[in-house]
Design a protein. Structure first.
Length: 119
């Protein structure tokens, strides 16, 4: 089982990035998928999530209207489209999968990808 994030980098304020989270060993459409981020000196926070049941999404207030989470079942990949980026969006971004097996919850995490928003 593996989650591999990619697409991070350095971008100017107002710019855009697309993060990818490629899964192997399990099916993303059967799991709740989320993006988290952690800035230096801060706790990890949830940014966006998409459900397994109907693909509904929800977002942190700080990114609502700027970020979009989506899922490509054929590629077994989840994306985070980030627009109108701000310096405060600078963080390591992580992908997480959550599921339940035999009534016990479990989670998979990726290794993270750095996003830096700076002029």
């Amino acid at each position: 089982v593996q989650l591999v994030e990619s697409g991070g980098g350095l971008v100017q304020p107002g710019g855009s990035l697309r993060l990818s989270c490629a899964a192997s060993g399990f099916t993303v459409s059967n799991h709740g998928m989320s993006w988290y981020r952690q800035a230096p000196g801060k706790e990890r926070e949830s940014v966006a999530a998409i459900t397994s049941a109907d693909g509904s999404t929800n977002y942190a207030d700080s990114v609502k209207g700027r970020f979009t989470i989506s899922r490509d079942n054929a590629k077994n990949t989840v994306y985070l489209y980030m627009n109108s980026l701000k310096p405060e969006d600078t963080a390591v971004y992580y992908c997480k999968a959550r599921g339940v097996q035999l009534w016990r919850p479990y989670e998979y995490w990726g290794q993270g990808t750095q996003v830096t928003v700076s002029s």
